[in-house]
Design a protein around this ligand. Structure first.
Ligand SMILES: [Zn+2]
Length: 511
């Protein structure tokens, strides 16, 4: 790591690590470009040193993930309403959340389980009350929710039979912690800076239910994206003080008396960002509105983000299939990451203040990456805790596809700055628990995933590879995939033996 840092310090004009969803970035300028003036940014040192050589990130094969079926009709999905009173200047918010859910399984439910990532932190999430309604019965309760727990178990008033419905009302407060521009996801996804507040992974989100097994829970670990989302329909209403702009996914600009309304159907997760300084650039591609929120000094980057996202959407619609939501919002955030949410992506402010109009930029890479997540994470879901490679390999490799299509002169730059310089190692199918910090997780797994995808493409040939990707998307849109699904579809498009690839890149080669 030290050696790498020294090399970066000598040869790299712009060097950075942008984690995200996790989208890590280190970009050296292409040899033909002039260095930007006076820009020397030292890459943040990961919180912990990557695993030493010889210590495999995954010593034992990862557990076999449980398939997580999800309904495909938005009409039958749980309805979530989040009414937020945002106290921007005081940096906290009060939330009233309702969850309408129907038991569409053959099992009998005795509880509803939510994931509350921000409760991992101290003094951030305060649960005030929980009201359960079943038919004409309703009762307020106070579920056990130990400090540091991120799984909130809400007991039902009585067993919920198949076809039965329940409504859970949650009242809680979130106090934004301060975050620094060098902070990484996932812990810093919710917080404030002097310029904005960002609310990511901030509300109790339903965990998936696996028929015959129960609610699918997991141990929070602050690496990667430690969440697993079923599909839900989400309405978000944020009441903010005058002069505050709120950015989220879904229709924009429906503001009445300081109330910002958003709605995303078939959402995985929703977030919002707010600022007293945001400006917005707008565009449209293939009938999809694009909104780009940026801070006042970053107009060039804010407007460029619209064009990059439009290019990415055009490319990915051709390669994968239709863009899955009605709009896309891009918002400048205040930490060292890019992050995907439903119909919303947030991009590190670093990408904005280091944007000089070059096509080889952090802004290009991250915007392409996070936009790609709308297909992979959004429409095609996966267990991001135990099989994070499924969405990240597609989003990360999508960066390369973007450069191949629009800026082929920077393809080798992409490989060097995104993969090669980190000497990635370890299995592609690592879990988030395989790593102690997001930096080493991203350095290793993403790079290995890109190398694997390149080898898979080479093995299958371009025609079969892209037919596979399109088929994979169309087959599993609005569902949750596993590695078995990925390889089953791949094998529909090739007679080549994929075993050597699996043995070479995966801890568990049995797919
Ligand atoms: Zn990502």
């Amino acid at each position: 790591m030290i050696t790498r840092m020294k090399r970066l310090a000598v040869t790299v004009f712009v060097a950075m690590i942008v984690t995200g969803c996790q989208s890590l970035f280190s970009s050296s300028l292409p040899p033909t470009s002039s260095p930007p003036p006076l820009l020397t940014v030292t890459p943040p040192v990961p919180a912990t040193i990557p695993l030493p050589p010889g210590v495999e990130p995954t010593a034992t094969p990862p557990p076999v993930p449980t398939p997580l079926p999800t309904p495909t009709e938005s009409e039958s999905l749980p309805e979530i309403v989040l009414d937020v009173e945002l106290f921007y200047t005081e940096r906290w918010m009060s939330i009233s959340q309702s969850v309408q859910i129907e038991n569409q399984t053959a099992d009998i439910w005795n509880e509803i389980v939510f994931s509350v990532p921000v409760h991992y932190l101290s003094d951030v999430f305060y649960l005030d009350s929980v009201l359960v309604t079943q038919g004409i019965d309703r009762q307020e309760g106070f579920p056990t929710f130990e400090d540091g727990d991120t799984m909130l178990h809400v007991p039902l008033l009585r067993s919920l039979q198949p076809g039965g419905k329940a409504v859970i009302n949650l009242q809680y407060r979130v106090v934004f912690p301060p975050i620094a521009s060098t902070d990484w996801p996932p812990l810093a996804s919710t917080g404030w800076t002097l310029n904005l507040v960002q609310a990511g992974e901030w509300y109790p989100a339903l965990v998936p239910y696996v028929e015959g097994e129960g609610w699918h829970t997991w141990r929070y670990h602050p690496v990667g994206d430690p969440t697993i989302y079923p599909l839900t329909n989400i309405s978000l209403n944020v009441r903010a003080e005058e002069g505050i702009t709120v950015a989220s996914g879904g229709p924009q600009g429906t503001v009445e008396d300081g109330l910002w309304r958003f709605r995303v159907e078939r959402a995985r997760g929703v977030a919002f960002l707010a600022s007293d300084q945001y400006e917005v650039a707008e565009g449209e591609v293939n009938g999809i509105p694009i909104y780009s929120y940026y801070l006042p000094d970053h107009a060039e980057a804010g407007s460029a983000a619209v064009g990059i996202a439009a290019e990415a959407i055009t490319l990915f619609e051709g390669l994968y299939g239709p863009y899955p939501y009605d709009s896309l919002t891009i918002a400048e955030n205040g930490y060292f990451g890019g992050m995907e949410y439903s119909a919303l992506v947030s991009i590190t402010d670093y990408a904005y203040y280091t944007f000089y109009g070059l096509d080889a930029s952090v802004l290009h890479v991250l915007t392409a990456h996070e936009t790609g997540h709308q297909w992979w994470y959004g429409a095609v879901g996966n267990d991001q805790v135990n099989e994070p490679w499924l969405d990240e390999s597609m989003a990360f490799y999508g960066e390369l596809l973007y450069y191949e299509r629009y800026h082929p002169e920077y393809v080798s730059w992409w490989w060097e700055s995104r993969v090669t310089q980190y000497d990635p190692y370890g299995p592609v199918d690592a879990t988030i628990y395989s790593y102690s910090d997001s930096a080493s997780f991203i350095f290793s797994m993403y790079g290995q995933a890109a190398l694997f995808m390149a080898d898979l493409r080479k093995t299958m040939g371009d025609e079969a590879f892209f037919a596979f990707i399109k088929d994979y998307y169309q087959t599993y849109q609005w569902q949750t995939v596993t590695a078995d699904d990925f390889f089953a579809v791949a094998r529909r498009h090739t007679d080549q033996d994929l075993s050597p690839l699996l043995t070479g890149y995966f801890a568990d080669p049995e797919h």
